[in-house]
Design a binder for this molecule. Sequence first.
Ligand code: NAP
Length: 498
Amino acid sequence: MEQLASPTAVPEACDFTVFGGTGDLALRKLLPALYLRDLEDQLPLDTRIIALSRAELDDAGYRAEVRTAITTHVAEADLDDAALDRLLARVHHVSLDIERPDDWHLLHGLLKDRPRQESTVRVFYLAVAPSLFGSICQQLESIGLVNEHSRVVLEKPIGHDLASARAVNDAVGQVFREPQIFRIDHFLGKESVQNLLVTRFANTFLEPLWNSHWIDHVQITVAESLGVSDRGGHYDDSGALRDMVQNHLLQLLCLVAMEPPTYIGRETVRDEKLKVLQALKPMTPEAVDRDTVRGRYTEGLIDGVAVPSYSSDLGATGSRTETFVALRTEVQNWRWSGVPFYLRTGKRMDRRASEIVIVFKRPAKAMFPHSEGSTEPNRLHISVQPEEGMRLHLTAKEPGPGGIRLRPVSLNLSYATAFDQRCPDAYERLLMDVIKGNPTLFMRRDEVEAAWTWVEPILTRWAASPDRPKRYPAGTSGPIAAATLLDRDGRSWQESDS
Ligand code: NAP
């Protein structure tokens, strides 16, 4: 029985190969995460990190880039010269064009040239465009680098619709067995997201309330204040629904809505998440028109600074891609019958915040009808970023004589203050899980395809509609229609954690 708290053991030796080793993801996230785990002595003693790209870099040249990346992206308090030197000594660069079969012998030579190579865990992290996933896997197999100790990590996006997701999964699945495939969604590596599971399943007080009898509705927001900047072309091919809803927001919804698994194990959690995805209310054309809103930012102000419109960021007009989505759905099972789940995500919004808000029903009877002050419904507010934490909003009596005055108060759990230790980045947790072979926090093929199955009718309906995304000024909370989506149900978005 694999437990989340006691994952499989750290192997003795690991070759961690990063395709796309000079890219933004590798230098900003992966190498700093590996450094921080090495700082804690958690990497296998015999670890090599092998970065691949077409750049003409030798080990020394690449190590210089990694040194700069780590000193830039790791907090000063965690920089240690000896630890950095140790990490850099593990790092190698191989100049290889994935699309040139003749280049691959270089990787083959390096991976085969080590003691204990048969028992060494080989991680192949694909931090490159998904169009290269299939040919990478085929090459790895054809040169004999895939064995029972090999694992492949796939970054998003996995497809841009159901058919292309299946094609990616088929191509990778021809070489790697499903337990060897780690589809990463970094939201699942966040402490606050894992704590959601712990809060639900290691405590008793919430479970009796965690259903349609006591919960009025659920809101999930992933708001970014950044625009698309220089990555506009890539973004314009996907849009907010594909980029954020299909993966991150639906994964968060799954963790809120899933049934308690028999135990927290590598398949049991994913089994329960899959059931949630399969229970989502289907998006008929009428439901898409009624229950979804897509938007696009125009120029505006963020923190008092003027920012351009999406068209200006993109350098083109005429695009119909959405930078904002709000939608209403339901999980059609016994527990959640009739409870709306409102999802929203957008770029260039008024704040950067990822949060889940569970809004409870009001008390059955107004016991203090003549009191002054607020009687807001109870809310459990889970903050995923930028700060990780949890707040339970209650109503309390304001101290003082002369009648009862009600005031909203909150019980706060801030990770930064409650625990006297650094809150690790999601990639630190997830990369160690890959090395140890624990896939619990990664998406299984059936989950990814169930998510696309639910999302696809929205894409189809939008593509057929003459309507364009609704405009919203940068620095706001999205188009007015997103507020109307809740307003018509007598509800409103929780705009701040007050
Ligand atoms: P990037 O900055 O453009 O880096 C791409 C990397 O791939 C570079 O190292 C590039 O090196 C290498 N590469 C491209 N074509 C190659 C080829 N034919 N042979 C060998 N190497 C090749 O991209 P990124 O931001 O790191 O993102 C990589 C992937 O992860 C993308 O699919 C992206 O959607 C996904 N992703 C990124 C992030 C993020 O935060 N950046 C987050 C989630 C998912 P050379 O050009 O020197 O060969």
